[in-house]
Design a protein around this ligand. Structure first.
Ligand code: SF4
Ligand code: SF4
Length: 279
Protein backbone atom coordinates (compact mmCIF):
# COMPACT_ATOMS: atom_id res chain seq x y z
CA UNK A 1 0.00 0.00 0.00
CA UNK A 2 1.24 3.48 -0.84
CA UNK A 3 0.18 6.38 1.38
CA UNK A 4 1.08 9.87 0.18
CA UNK A 5 1.35 12.61 2.79
CA UNK A 6 0.88 16.12 1.47
CA UNK A 7 -0.04 19.64 2.45
CA UNK A 8 -0.98 22.75 0.56
CA UNK A 9 1.87 24.73 2.07
CA UNK A 10 5.03 24.24 4.07
CA UNK A 11 5.13 24.33 7.87
CA UNK A 12 1.91 22.43 8.50
CA UNK A 13 3.55 19.36 10.04
CA UNK A 14 3.59 17.14 6.95
CA UNK A 15 7.00 15.64 7.72
CA UNK A 16 6.04 15.07 11.37
CA UNK A 17 3.06 13.02 10.22
CA UNK A 18 4.91 11.16 7.44
CA UNK A 19 7.92 10.20 9.57
CA UNK A 20 5.78 9.28 12.57
CA UNK A 21 3.54 7.04 10.48
CA UNK A 22 6.51 5.33 8.86
CA UNK A 23 8.04 4.80 12.30
CA UNK A 24 5.03 3.07 13.87
CA UNK A 25 4.00 0.88 10.93
CA UNK A 26 5.53 -2.58 10.81
CA UNK A 27 7.24 -3.28 7.47
CA UNK A 28 7.14 0.35 6.34
CA UNK A 29 9.19 2.26 3.81
CA UNK A 30 9.72 6.03 4.03
CA UNK A 31 10.32 7.91 0.77
CA UNK A 32 11.07 11.62 0.96
CA UNK A 33 9.96 13.09 -2.38
CA UNK A 34 10.29 16.67 -1.14
CA UNK A 35 13.49 16.79 -3.19
CA UNK A 36 14.05 20.53 -2.89
CA UNK A 37 14.02 20.37 0.88
CA UNK A 38 14.06 16.81 2.22
CA UNK A 39 14.06 16.84 6.02
CA UNK A 40 12.61 13.51 7.14
CA UNK A 41 16.10 12.09 7.69
CA UNK A 42 16.77 14.77 10.32
CA UNK A 43 14.30 12.91 12.53
CA UNK A 44 14.85 9.33 11.30
CA UNK A 45 18.65 9.52 11.39
CA UNK A 46 19.24 6.49 9.13
CA UNK A 47 22.69 5.21 8.31
CA UNK A 48 23.04 6.19 4.64
CA UNK A 49 24.69 3.28 2.86
CA UNK A 50 23.82 4.03 -0.77
CA UNK A 51 24.09 7.22 -2.77
CA UNK A 52 23.02 7.12 -6.41
CA UNK A 53 23.50 10.04 -8.77
CA UNK A 54 20.44 10.99 -10.84
CA UNK A 55 21.14 12.20 -14.36
CA UNK A 56 18.91 13.52 -17.13
CA UNK A 57 19.59 13.88 -20.83
CA UNK A 58 20.05 17.33 -22.33
CA UNK A 59 20.77 18.25 -25.96
CA UNK A 60 24.29 18.83 -27.23
CA UNK A 61 24.43 20.42 -30.66
CA UNK A 62 27.12 19.67 -33.22
CA UNK A 63 27.70 23.02 -35.04
CA UNK A 64 29.38 21.23 -37.97
CA UNK A 65 26.11 19.45 -38.78
CA UNK A 66 23.65 22.18 -37.79
CA UNK A 67 21.95 23.88 -40.75
CA UNK A 68 20.52 26.66 -38.53
CA UNK A 69 17.00 25.73 -39.57
CA UNK A 70 15.72 26.69 -36.08
CA UNK A 71 13.28 23.76 -35.79
CA UNK A 72 14.70 22.69 -32.42
CA UNK A 73 14.25 26.15 -30.88
CA UNK A 74 10.70 26.39 -32.24
CA UNK A 75 9.64 23.01 -30.83
CA UNK A 76 11.10 23.64 -27.37
CA UNK A 77 8.26 24.68 -25.07
CA UNK A 78 10.63 25.64 -22.27
CA UNK A 79 12.85 28.19 -24.07
CA UNK A 80 15.88 26.01 -23.45
CA UNK A 81 17.11 26.61 -27.03
CA UNK A 82 17.44 29.89 -28.89
CA UNK A 83 18.27 30.30 -32.58
CA UNK A 84 20.70 33.06 -33.51
CA UNK A 85 22.25 33.86 -36.87
CA UNK A 86 25.50 32.21 -35.85
CA UNK A 87 24.24 29.15 -33.98
CA UNK A 88 21.85 27.59 -31.48
CA UNK A 89 22.23 28.69 -27.88
CA UNK A 90 21.42 26.06 -25.27
CA UNK A 91 20.21 26.71 -21.71
CA UNK A 92 20.45 23.29 -20.00
CA UNK A 93 18.93 24.60 -16.74
CA UNK A 94 15.67 25.25 -18.57
CA UNK A 95 15.57 21.88 -20.34
CA UNK A 96 12.77 19.53 -19.27
CA UNK A 97 14.36 16.50 -21.02
CA UNK A 98 11.44 15.84 -23.35
CA UNK A 99 13.63 14.89 -26.33
CA UNK A 100 11.53 16.83 -28.83
CA UNK A 101 14.46 18.81 -30.21
CA UNK A 102 16.40 15.64 -31.04
CA UNK A 103 13.35 14.20 -32.78
CA UNK A 104 12.75 17.22 -35.03
CA UNK A 105 16.37 17.74 -36.07
CA UNK A 106 16.57 16.51 -39.65
CA UNK A 107 20.33 17.16 -39.82
CA UNK A 108 21.02 14.71 -37.01
CA UNK A 109 22.98 17.47 -35.29
CA UNK A 110 21.71 16.85 -31.76
CA UNK A 111 22.85 14.14 -29.40
CA UNK A 112 21.63 13.75 -25.85
CA UNK A 113 24.26 13.94 -23.13
CA UNK A 114 23.88 13.13 -19.42
CA UNK A 115 23.68 15.91 -16.88
CA UNK A 116 23.59 15.39 -13.11
CA UNK A 117 20.65 16.95 -11.26
CA UNK A 118 20.84 15.37 -7.82
CA UNK A 119 21.17 12.21 -5.76
CA UNK A 120 19.14 9.53 -4.04
CA UNK A 121 20.32 8.47 -0.61
CA UNK A 122 19.13 5.33 1.16
CA UNK A 123 19.78 2.97 4.02
CA UNK A 124 21.00 -0.55 3.30
CA UNK A 125 17.54 -2.05 2.80
CA UNK A 126 16.01 0.87 0.88
CA UNK A 127 13.52 1.32 3.73
CA UNK A 128 14.43 4.98 4.17
CA UNK A 129 15.08 6.87 0.96
CA UNK A 130 15.37 10.54 0.12
CA UNK A 131 15.92 12.50 -3.07
CA UNK A 132 18.06 15.64 -3.09
CA UNK A 133 17.97 18.09 -5.96
CA UNK A 134 21.31 19.82 -6.58
CA UNK A 135 21.40 23.54 -5.80
CA UNK A 136 20.49 25.55 -8.88
CA UNK A 137 18.67 22.72 -10.65
CA UNK A 138 15.09 23.74 -11.49
CA UNK A 139 13.35 20.41 -12.14
CA UNK A 140 13.22 17.64 -9.55
CA UNK A 141 10.65 15.40 -11.22
CA UNK A 142 13.20 12.91 -12.65
CA UNK A 143 14.48 12.35 -9.09
CA UNK A 144 10.93 11.69 -7.89
CA UNK A 145 10.42 9.26 -10.77
CA UNK A 146 13.62 7.44 -9.80
CA UNK A 147 12.57 7.39 -6.13
CA UNK A 148 9.21 5.86 -6.97
CA UNK A 149 10.83 3.07 -8.96
CA UNK A 150 12.29 1.93 -5.63
CA UNK A 151 8.92 1.48 -3.93
CA UNK A 152 8.80 -1.97 -2.39
CA UNK A 153 5.39 -3.53 -3.12
CA UNK A 154 5.52 -5.78 -0.08
CA UNK A 155 5.92 -2.78 2.26
CA UNK A 156 3.60 0.03 3.33
CA UNK A 157 5.27 2.96 1.60
CA UNK A 158 4.89 6.44 3.03
CA UNK A 159 5.55 9.03 0.32
CA UNK A 160 6.42 12.43 1.78
CA UNK A 161 5.41 14.88 -0.98
CA UNK A 162 6.62 18.44 -1.40
CA UNK A 163 4.18 21.15 -0.26
CA UNK A 164 1.75 22.69 -2.74
CA UNK A 165 0.11 21.24 -5.82
CA UNK A 166 2.89 21.48 -8.41
CA UNK A 167 3.86 18.91 -11.07
CA UNK A 168 6.29 17.46 -8.50
CA UNK A 169 3.39 16.79 -6.13
CA UNK A 170 1.34 15.23 -8.93
CA UNK A 171 4.25 12.96 -9.83
CA UNK A 172 4.71 12.01 -6.17
CA UNK A 173 0.99 11.26 -5.78
CA UNK A 174 0.66 9.12 -8.91
CA UNK A 175 0.00 5.49 -8.05
CA UNK A 176 -0.83 6.20 -4.41
CA UNK A 177 -3.61 4.24 -2.75
CA UNK A 178 -4.41 6.91 -0.21
CA UNK A 179 -3.62 10.59 0.39
CA UNK A 180 -3.23 12.02 3.85
CA UNK A 181 -3.78 15.78 3.78
CA UNK A 182 -2.13 17.69 6.61
CA UNK A 183 -3.54 21.10 7.44
CA UNK A 184 -4.01 23.61 10.25
CA UNK A 185 -7.14 25.44 11.48
CA UNK A 186 -6.49 28.82 9.87
CA UNK A 187 -7.92 30.56 6.79
CA UNK A 188 -4.60 29.86 5.00
CA UNK A 189 -4.82 26.21 6.02
CA UNK A 190 -8.35 25.99 4.67
CA UNK A 191 -7.40 27.68 1.39
CA UNK A 192 -4.52 25.27 0.80
CA UNK A 193 -6.55 22.27 1.92
CA UNK A 194 -9.16 23.06 -0.72
CA UNK A 195 -6.46 23.00 -3.41
CA UNK A 196 -5.10 19.63 -2.30
CA UNK A 197 -8.62 18.18 -2.04
CA UNK A 198 -9.31 19.31 -5.60
CA UNK A 199 -6.07 17.65 -6.72
CA UNK A 200 -6.62 14.26 -5.04
CA UNK A 201 -10.23 14.11 -6.19
CA UNK A 202 -9.18 14.81 -9.76
CA UNK A 203 -6.69 11.96 -9.43
CA UNK A 204 -9.37 9.80 -7.78
CA UNK A 205 -7.27 9.03 -4.73
CA UNK A 206 -9.17 8.43 -1.46
CA UNK A 207 -8.14 10.95 1.17
CA UNK A 208 -8.37 11.90 4.82
CA UNK A 209 -7.18 14.83 6.90
CA UNK A 210 -4.80 15.29 9.79
CA UNK A 211 -5.52 18.55 11.58
CA UNK A 212 -2.29 19.81 13.08
CA UNK A 213 -1.97 22.69 15.58
CA UNK A 214 -5.58 22.14 16.56
CA UNK A 215 -6.91 24.64 19.08
CA UNK A 216 -10.09 25.76 20.77
CA UNK A 217 -11.79 26.61 17.50
CA UNK A 218 -11.28 24.24 14.57
CA UNK A 219 -14.66 24.97 13.02
CA UNK A 220 -13.23 26.33 9.74
CA UNK A 221 -11.68 22.99 8.82
CA UNK A 222 -14.32 20.82 10.47
CA UNK A 223 -17.18 22.52 8.62
CA UNK A 224 -15.38 22.26 5.28
CA UNK A 225 -14.49 18.59 5.79
CA UNK A 226 -18.05 17.79 6.74
CA UNK A 227 -19.31 19.64 3.70
CA UNK A 228 -17.08 17.73 1.27
CA UNK A 229 -17.34 14.42 3.16
CA UNK A 230 -13.68 14.25 4.04
CA UNK A 231 -12.83 12.38 7.25
CA UNK A 232 -10.62 14.03 9.86
CA UNK A 233 -8.55 11.07 10.99
CA UNK A 234 -6.43 12.72 13.65
CA UNK A 235 -5.98 15.99 15.50
CA UNK A 236 -2.63 17.09 16.90
CA UNK A 237 -3.02 19.93 19.42
CA UNK A 238 -1.08 23.16 19.17
CA UNK A 239 1.64 22.75 21.77
CA UNK A 240 4.72 24.78 22.62
CA UNK A 241 6.35 21.64 24.02
CA UNK A 242 5.91 19.77 20.72
CA UNK A 243 7.20 22.78 18.76
CA UNK A 244 10.32 23.05 20.93
CA UNK A 245 10.96 19.31 20.62
CA UNK A 246 10.60 19.57 16.82
CA UNK A 247 13.19 22.34 16.67
CA UNK A 248 15.56 19.92 18.46
CA UNK A 249 14.95 17.12 15.93
CA UNK A 250 12.41 15.25 18.06
CA UNK A 251 8.88 14.26 17.11
CA UNK A 252 5.89 13.52 19.38
CA UNK A 253 6.50 9.75 18.97
CA UNK A 254 9.93 10.22 20.56
CA UNK A 255 8.33 11.56 23.73
CA UNK A 256 6.32 8.55 24.80
CA UNK A 257 4.05 5.66 24.05
CA UNK A 258 0.90 7.83 24.04
CA UNK A 259 1.91 9.33 20.69
CA UNK A 260 3.03 6.00 19.27
CA UNK A 261 -0.45 4.67 20.05
CA UNK A 262 -2.07 7.71 18.45
CA UNK A 263 -0.15 7.25 15.20
CA UNK A 264 -0.93 3.53 15.23
CA UNK A 265 -4.59 4.55 15.52
CA UNK A 266 -4.11 6.95 12.64
CA UNK A 267 -2.89 4.06 10.48
CA UNK A 268 -5.93 2.01 11.47
CA UNK A 269 -8.15 4.98 10.62
CA UNK A 270 -6.49 5.21 7.21
CA UNK A 271 -7.12 1.53 6.57
CA UNK A 272 -10.79 1.91 7.55
CA UNK A 273 -11.18 5.11 5.56
CA UNK A 274 -9.41 3.53 2.57
CA UNK A 275 -12.03 0.85 2.31
CA UNK A 276 -15.02 3.15 2.91
CA UNK A 277 -14.30 6.64 1.58
CA UNK A 278 -16.81 7.84 -0.99
CA UNK A 279 -15.12 9.90 -3.73
S1 SF4 B 1 17.01 21.39 -35.64
FE1 SF4 B 1 19.10 20.60 -35.92
S2 SF4 B 1 19.80 21.55 -37.77
FE2 SF4 B 1 18.01 22.72 -37.14
S3 SF4 B 1 18.85 24.39 -35.90
FE3 SF4 B 1 18.39 22.73 -34.50
S4 SF4 B 1 20.31 21.58 -34.31
FE4 SF4 B 1 20.48 22.88 -36.12
S1 SF4 C 1 14.83 18.15 -24.63
FE1 SF4 C 1 12.85 19.23 -24.74
S2 SF4 C 1 13.00 20.78 -23.15
FE2 SF4 C 1 15.09 20.08 -23.53
S3 SF4 C 1 15.90 21.49 -25.02
FE3 SF4 C 1 15.05 19.77 -26.17
S4 SF4 C 1 12.93 20.38 -26.64
FE4 SF4 C 1 13.66 21.76 -25.04
Amino acid sequence: MIIAVLSGKGGTGKTTVAVSLASVITNSQYIDCDVEEPNGFIFMKPLIERTDVVVVKVPDIDPSRCTLCGDCARICQFHALAATKSGILTFPDLCHHCGACTLVCRADAIREVPRRIGVIEADAQDRMIQGKLDVGQPVGIPIITALKKRIQPQATSIVDCSPGSSCAVVRSLEGSDYALLVTEPTPFGLHDLKITVELVRKMQIPAGVVLNKAGADNSLIEAYCQNVQLPILMQIPFSRTLAEAYSNGRLPIHSGSRWITRFEELFQNILESFTGTPL
